[in-house]
Design a protein around this ligand. Structure first.
Ligand SMILES: [Zn+2]
Length: 178
């Protein structure tokens, strides 16, 4: 990806050598509008592409420690999932290869998978082979810790997730003023 940090020698320029144009567009559009749009203005964008854009943009933001974007991005993906109930598990390989353990996006995806997907449906759609093994393992661990039976009511599960979303998935820098 990019060379060096977001802020280099006090100036704010980005080196765009290896950044995909679609990924950068998501980021740039958000900077200017405050809106996260993974479709880049095309409503016919396939769910698999939306997930791909979302994960690529997240990795880009994570690499540059652009925390505000990461938070906005997680909120936006939550709303997308709540509305469409569609998750593209093939992105888990890219996500796990480019983030560290306890990453907020990993936690988020593991949580929605453990709470709302059934392994039966994943297998039916041939998704299990597309999943990163470490992701499947995390989902199993998360499932053991929770009381709800998977996918009994995905809507309720998601609504419950919303309550502590900031606490569980956001990172807010301490300002030093309390
Ligand atoms: Zn927050």
């Amino acid at each position: 990806m990019l060379n060096g940090s977001f802020r280099e020698a006090g100036s704010t320029y980005l080196r765009l050598k290896d950044v995909d144009a679609a990924t950068f567009h998501v980021f740039y559009y958000w900077l200017n509008s405050g809106v996260v749009d993974y479709t880049n203005g095309d409503p016919s964008t396939a769910a698999s592409q939306i997930w791909q854009n979302a994960i690529d943009a997240y990795i880009f933001a994570d690499f540059h420690q652009a925390q505000v974007f990461k938070n906005a991005f997680l909120d936006s993906l939550y709303l997308y999932y709540e509305k469409n109930n569609l998750m593209c598990v093939s992105i888990t390989g890219t996500l796990y290869a480019n983030t560290v353990a306890h990453d907020a996006m990993r936690n988020f995806i593991v949580c929605i998978a453990a709470g709302t997907l059934s392994f039966k449906s994943v297998q039916m759609h041939g998704g299990a082979e597309l999943c990163e093994k470490a992701f499947l393992f995390d989902v199993i661990l998360a499932s053991q810790e929770r009381i709800l039976v998977p996918a009994v009511d995905a809507g309720l599960w998601l609504a419950d997730m919303r309550k502590n979303f900031c606490e569980h998935y956001h990172t807010h820098k301490k300002t030093g003023i309390s």
